[in-house]
Write a protein that binds this ligand. Structure first.
Ligand code: IPE
Ligand code: IPE
Ligand code: MG
Length: 253
């Protein structure tokens, strides 16, 4: 980190309200391909660099007291990419889970895979289960790695579970649906961040983002760091979350 980056980080840290840290941050980690292309490198190289950024961001978020970070690493739509890229991404994901396990555990974080997990390679499922089990009692942030995740798929899967359990139409409530999502204990997303300048959410956390604050940055994911995360959190802290009410009602109940 350069001297100026360090100064920037300190300045931003001084501005942060530590009593208003978003409990659940979702990040759409986009722009690996463009980052690599601009350097004359392969898309796979971009994904490798992107995977490296995860460590900085997760560690920093944990230190700040964020409780959940959901990282969109592979969508249900991403299977449509060239098979070479899909295989490389799957290898990277598996390698990440194994390589980072001990460090994540030492930092006290929890680990969850979120998505249609059963469709993933058995080796990824197995490695993820080892991490989840190892870290399940840790006190820190929960790293929710979203793989083969689709917001619509998650709702479809929830509805199927509800029907299979025999619930009747008049028993269906928002709580019932929330309770049948992939990990029912995950709270709503407070702050959803997307890198790379695209202003869409691409099927990420559909149900849990109903009242998320959205933050878009042109920074490409492999360039995203603690300073960028602080910028996003500061922007979040400057929003007024009204949840349908009017300003005057807030903070009075
Ligand atoms: C995000 O980077 C990573 C995944 C979707 C797996 P992209 O690969 O989408 O990068 P761009 O959007 O092509 O730059
Ligand atoms: C969203 O990025 C999915 C992930 C970051 C995993 P994409 O690059 O796949 O999204 P679109 O296609 O530009 O909407
Ligand atoms: Mg993209």
């Amino acid at each position: 980190m350069t001297e100026t980056r360090e100064t920037l980080r300190t300045n931003l840290l001084n501005q942060i309200d530590h009593d208003n840290i978003p409990a659940h941050i979702g990040i759409i980690m986009d722009g690996n391909g463009r980052w690599a292309k601009s350097r004359g490198k392969t898309r796979i190289h971009g994904h490798q660099e992107g995977a490296r950024r995860v460590k900085t961001v997760v560690r920093f978020a944990n230190d700040l007291g964020v409780r959940h970070i959901s990282l969109y690493a592979f969508s249900v739509e991403n299977w449509a990419r060239p098979s070479f890229e899909v295989s490389a991404l799957m290898r990277l994901i598996r390698a990440y889970i194994v390589r980072e396990r001990n460090d994540l555990h030492a930092e006290g974080v929890k680990f969850r895979l979120v998505g249609r997990i059963e469709e993933l390679a058995p080796e990824i499922i197995k490695q993820a289960e080892i991490s989840t089990e190892l870290m399940k009692n840790n006190p820190g942030l929960s790293l929710n790695l979203c793989i083969n995740y689709g917001g619509r798929a998650e709702i479809v899967d929830a509805v199927k579970k509800i029907i299979n359990k025999g619930f009747k139409a008049d028993q269906v409530t928002e709580e019932l649906i929330s309770g049948h999502l992939y990990w029912p204990e995950l709270p709503d997303v407070d702050l959803m961040v997307r890198t790379s300048g695209e202003m869409r959410t691409s099927n990420f956390h559909l149900w849990r983002s109903a009242y998320s604050e959205l933050y878009f940055t042109p920074v490409l994911w492999p360039d995203f760091d603690d300073v960028e995360l602080l910028n996003a959190i500061l922007a979040y802290q400057n929003r007024e979350r009204r949840f349908g009410k009017i300003s005057e009602q807030l903070g009075k109940e």
